[in-house]
Design a protein around this ligand. Structure first.
Ligand SMILES: Nc1ncnc2c1ncn2[C@@H]1O[C@H](COP(=O)(O)OP(=O)(O)OP(=O)(O)O)[C@@H](O)[C@H]1O
Ligand SMILES: [Mg+2]
Length: 217
């Protein structure tokens, strides 16, 4: 059984589940944890293919990934950390993954078109018995408008009590290109250090949240 299961889930597609799954996996792997990404999006296998590319390009630390269909099998994994990279839906499988996870990361873009289904999804998880405090929203693909970020944050938190990570992640070609080559958001390269720093700050928040939840068990 893993020490920790973190799931990246969402109703909406293309919001950054695989992107955050890879960032989280890399962060723990660098800290010496054995890590496996369980890739539930078996039509795309984004994280699985990325891990292969990472291996081909001999990028350290090594990150294991595997296509995955059975949420219950997560418990049988032996890695210290299992990161479940979900597929876009709110079907039974996502609910089961959520039930097994210690922390659920829900990425979202800023448009209401993203926020609305993502909030609905989180509410559905809570309605099915997932404790609200296990859910952490992450604002991804943000643009230069701080007002837009603030509005999205307010939409998700006001009158809901959901948590949103302090650090948002901008939409950047450098992030995209890093992932194209097997790197995580926190490995974009020295010359664009602030992007790395922001990814690291978000990752640190996610780790801190996972630790807090671990302490309250
Ligand atoms: N901050 C970012 N900056 C630039 N590109 C990004 C960023 N986050 C994600 N992307 C890109 O957006 C696309 C969707 O991201 P990702 O694959 O992580 O989403 P997803 O939620 O896993 O999608 P799906 O629902 O299809 O599994 C990818 O091409 C990814 O490289
Ligand atoms: Mg994906």
């Amino acid at each position: 059984m893993p020490d920790l299961i973190i799931a990246c889930l969402s109703q909406k597609g293309g919001v950054g589940k695989s992107t955050l799954a890879r960032l989280i996996a890399r962060t723990y792997a660098v800290a010496g944890w054995s890590v496996k990404i369980c890739d539930f999006n078996t039509t795309q296998l984004t994280s699985y293919k990325w891990a292969k590319l990472r291996e081909q390009n001999q990028i350290e630390p090594h990150i294991a990934a595997e296509p995955y269909t059975s949420p219950t099998a997560l418990k049988r994994e032996t890695a210290n950390l299992v990161v479940a990279d979900g597929r876009p839906d709110s079907d039974q499988s996502s609910m089961e993954i959520a039930r097994m996870a210690d922390l659920i990361v829900v990425p979202t873009g800023l448009p209401l078109d993203d926020l609305e289904p993502q909030l609905m999804f989180a509410n559905e998880l809570v309605a099915k018995g997932i404790p609200k405090e296990k859910i952490l929203f992450v604002l991804n693909k943000t643009t230069e408008s701080r007002t837009a970020v603030l509005e999205a944050r307010q939409y998700l938190t006001s009158a809901t009590g959901f948590l949103v990570a302090e650090q948002d992640i901008s939409a950047k070609t450098s992030y995209q290109r890093a992932q194209n080559h097997g790197y995580a958001l926190s490995e974009v390269g020295q010359n664009i250090g602030t992007l790395e720093e922001k990814a690291d700050l978000l990752a640190a928040e996610i780790v801190a949240r996972a630790n807090e939840l671990g302490e309250t068990v």
